[in-house]
Ligand binder design. Structure first.
Ligand SMILES: [Zn+2]
Length: 115
């Protein structure tokens, strides 16, 4: 599964950043054009995180809507699958919508004992 290898490298990155501390919360950004399903990422996350510092962390996935900038008139707009500016130009630069990345992680300060 495509998503599995993506999640594996993400968890690796998180563990490196965590430096031995437990990860409490994870926020990912996934562009809707990235060709990755958020549901599949969430499913893989639970499997990959097991036995790592990331196990049990809350997972937030922000879906990023695609944004493009017209090279002709400079207008920035949300584009779904239509890559044409209102001015008629097809010279478009994609700014957002293809990203697959870890936005942030929150680290726990270890277990809290109530006794
Ligand atoms: Zn334009």
């Amino acid at each position: 599964m495509h998503e599995l290898s993506i999640v594996e490298s993400m968890v690796e990155l998180m563990e490196e950043a965590a430096g031995g501390r437990r990860v409490r919360r994870v926020t990912l950004e996934i562009g809707v054009l990235a060709g990755v399903m958020a549901d599949a990422v969430a499913f893989c996350f639970d499997i990959v995180a097991e036995g790592t510092l990331v196990e049990g962390a809350a997972l937030d996935i922000n879906e990023i809507l695609p944004v493009a900038r017209c090279d002709s008139c400079g207008r920035e707009f949300e584009c779904a699958w239509e890559f044409e500016c209102a001015c008629g130009s097809h010279r478009i630069t994609h700014l957002r919508g293809y990203e697959i990345k870890v936005k942030c992680i929150e680290l726990g300060s270890g277990p809290v004992n109530f006794e």
